[in-house]
Design a protein around this ligand. Sequence first.
Ligand code: PMV
Length: 349
Amino acid sequence: FTIQNKTVSESCPSNIALIKYWGKYANQIPANPSISFTLNHCKTNTEMEFLANEPFSVQTFLAGNEEVKFAEKIEKYFKSIEQYLPWILEGKYIIRTENTFPHSSGIASSASGFGAIAKCLMSLDEQFSIENSESSMINDQSSSILKKASFLARLGSGSACRSLYNGLVVWGESNEVEGSSDLFAVKYSDDEIHPVFKDFNDWVLLIHEGVKSVSSTVGHGLMNTNPYAERRFQEARENFVPMKEILKSGNIYEFIKLVEHEALTLHAMMMMSDPAFILMKTGTLEVINKIWDFRRETNLPLFFTLDAGANVHLLFPNDGSEEQIKSFIESELLQHTQKNGVVKDVMKW
Ligand code: PMV
């Protein structure tokens, strides 16, 4: 079975985790389950041109500029998934990609990027069947194309596998989520989600633009020797119990407590690594303290989460209080960002 010359285009959004994935085993198996919101506006658009019967090579362009480092990463990724897609090394790829969010803003593009690439691979091979016994469970009749794309995206960047679905998405086996798997992500049932969570803002404050001092690959690896790792993995698994209840009941104040705890735990794990590292900046801490003061004074539901970086994701529902929250952000929080940087997104489905 071979693939003919073909050009395909796909788009995939980014996502932000509420219960975080930090730490993994071989073959991109997560040490604990995670759950995320998929964003609406922060997306990667990718065009993949496949030239069959040429020696294997990958050329990538980001917003029109050739990116050699990115091409090397994709080449490595394609080699790693040859066991699932036997034809993948039999041609040349020209990949043109652009993000709808600012380049090098520190917003992770790996989730949306690998999500879009996995979708392109699927469009190249419409018969798409993943070879290999480990993945037999995703080749059954009922397996959707998205499930297979999620499986492939996971092998590029773990968190990418959650970007294939909108709304709330779970990756990693959890007793609390039926059908959940370490191999691919599943959509969290819409029926189990209170309406308040179906229209939620995520404004990303760009505290620090630039390359992170420690990559997430290295960060995950440091969990192997972190003395708190096992307790953390256990806690994340346990956190699915209250999370499930909160999502159902719509208890926003319990949600805030859990989500902020998860974000701080992620960064606490970095501090307890050997060698230790800190990705938060002064601005990150200033913003967190201001959010807490604001909540104490107004009792309004503005809260934060953090990725593996200094930027602060500001979360708040569209429940009638959003105008007051937005003016607080504009007048009090933007000053802590570089060049008044904020990327406004929403999780709405
Ligand atoms: O997908 P990776 O390997 O870049 O890991 C990202 C992990 C966090 O973004 C910090 C948390 C998560 O669950 O998305």
